[in-house]
Design a protein around this ligand. Structure first.
Ligand SMILES: C[S@@+](CC[C@H](N)C(=O)[O-])C[C@H]1O[C@@H](n2cnc3c(N)ncnc32)[C@H](O)[C@@H]1O
Length: 416
């Protein structure tokens, strides 16, 4: 430990010296280190502009325009209504980010040449092809227009995390617990819980208040469902209860792959109603029962041998996660069963920034919750009476982590 501290402080002192930087970039064998570090730092500074290039391409429909084949700049100018100069700037930016690709390169700067519009064709780049094929990613890109407005002044948000934000209004259930705190301003959230009114605020949310976030979740759900279905075999089960199941996109994906599995969904009443309508439209309503309620106030339906919580826990504080997990354990008490947690996790190897930087700030703006490491989730699961916790590797841990745990029949649940 002491050796590590000495090494770290030596490294910090070296990295702070301009002479050391000059030395590293002058030595051929070490130059790549300096280049890599400066590139990473530059990307940190410039990241917002990259996001805005992507947003502009999505909003202007450029990916859709070039999806069927390369398009001339002239025809894209007509589609987007952009001037030659603006289109030139946007397309060059998108090409540099691998969103688009020149199929016949422009002769020079459009604005300077004036006539290169006809000569240049542009098609999808490696990353743009993924965006073009994926409505989920496009929906998330559009959503980030709001996210970044909340993050415009990160210091103000960090200093006053209780401030009103767009994300708090967007995720209407994020107000749960806040209403309770208003009457007990000095109390921390877990203390406020004990004085909460009988029904949480979310229970009464209207169809309008849940529509936008439920649509966004449904649009992005295929990215998650694909990972979970590839990593976990549901064929050993007879009935799956999806808690906080949104408008049913996860269950629809599971239903397709497992035609004999019975399905149940639990979500806020207005959301469960949306799910009901979707299952009817998909012709699978006879396989699914939808239950409306709040997992803070109402018992979960019983009878399932596997329960899923997909992108649910990271929205809530530890105290509230404990309540949700206890509710799940009670629902599994009679026969025992399996719990699956699927959500982005902190400390994901190779994607550390996703959990700690991205979700750290996103959930700060939303007003509650945090991405947790698997070990933190294991601790919360154990405290709620679950056993045999195990991480299951997904193909793309960036999209979702997966944990399985067991609830033994009866005894453990009765004691709570
Ligand atoms: C981030 S969304 C995830 C939805 C879905 N599982 C998915 O991955 O697409 C969280 C879900 O939890 C639901 N939810 C929030 N608070 C709830 C509560 N108190 N009781 C029941 N469901 C709740 C929301 O309505 C929403 O559908």
């Amino acid at each position: 430990m002491a050796a590590l501290a000495v090494w770290s402080s030596l490294r910090d002192r070296l990295l702070a010296q301009p002479a050391f930087h000059r030395f590293v970039s002058a030595v051929p064998g070490l130059r790549w280190v300096a280049q890599r570090q400066s590139r990473r730092l530059f990307d940190l500074v410039a990241g917002f502009t990259y996001s805005q290039v992507l947003l502009a391409c999505v909003k202007l429909g450029i990916f859709a325009s070039v999806r069927e084949g390369p398009r001339s700049l002239q025809s894209l100018a007509a589609d987007t209504g952009l001037s030659s100069r603006s289109l030139d700037i946007l397309l060059r930016a998108a090409v540099s980010l691998e969103l688009l690709e020149w199929r016949s390169a422009p002769a020079g700067r459009v604005a300077a040449e004036g006539n290169s519009l006809e000569q240049a064709y542009v098609g999808l780049g490696m990353l743009g092809a993924v965006v073009a094929a994926n409505p989920a990613i496009q929906a998330l890109v559009r959503h980030h227009e709001e996210v970044y407005q909340d993050l415009v002044d990160p210091v103000a948000l960090l200093q006053d995390p209780e401030q009103r934000t767009r994300l708090r209004d967007y995720w209407a259930y994020a107000h749960d617990g806040i209403a309770a705190r208003q009457g007990t301003a000095a109390l921390p959230e877990h203390a406020a819980l004990s004085v909460m009114p009988a029904a949480s605020v979310s229970r009464g949310l209207t169809a309008d208040q849940v529509a936008a976030y439920s649509e966004l979740m449904a649009a992005s759900q295929p990215l998650v469902a694909e990972q979970v279905l590839a990593a976990y075999d549901f064929s050993r089960h007879r009935c799956l209860l999806d808690v906080g199941g949104g408008q049913g996109a996860f269950l629809s994906a599971v239903a397709k792959e497992h035609p004999s599995l019975r399905l149940m969904l639990f979500d806020l009443p207005a959301v469960a109603q949306r799910a009901r309508q979707r299952f009817e439209a998909q012709g699978i309503a006879s396989r699914v029962t939808c239950h409306g309620g709040s997992f803070f106030d109402d018992p979960l339906p019983t009878g399932a041998d596997v329960v899923s919580l997909v992108r649910v826990l990271y929205d809530h504080s530890d105290e509230r996660v404990a309540l949700i997990l206890k509710g799940v354990r009670r629902a599994l008490a009679a026969q025992g069963g399996t719990l699956l947690l699927a959500e982005p996790m902190s400390g994901t190897p190779g994607a550390e920034a996703m959990g700690d930087a991205y979700f750290g700030l996103y959930l700060l703006a939303m007003g509650k919750g945090r991405a947790r490491t698997p070990e933190e989730l294991f601790g919360l699961l154990a405290a709620a009476g679950f056993t045999k916790m195990q991480s299951i590797r997904t193909r793309l841990p960036l999209q979702t982590g997966l944990i399985r745990a067991y609830a033994s029949p009866q005894g453990a649940a009765r004691s709570s």
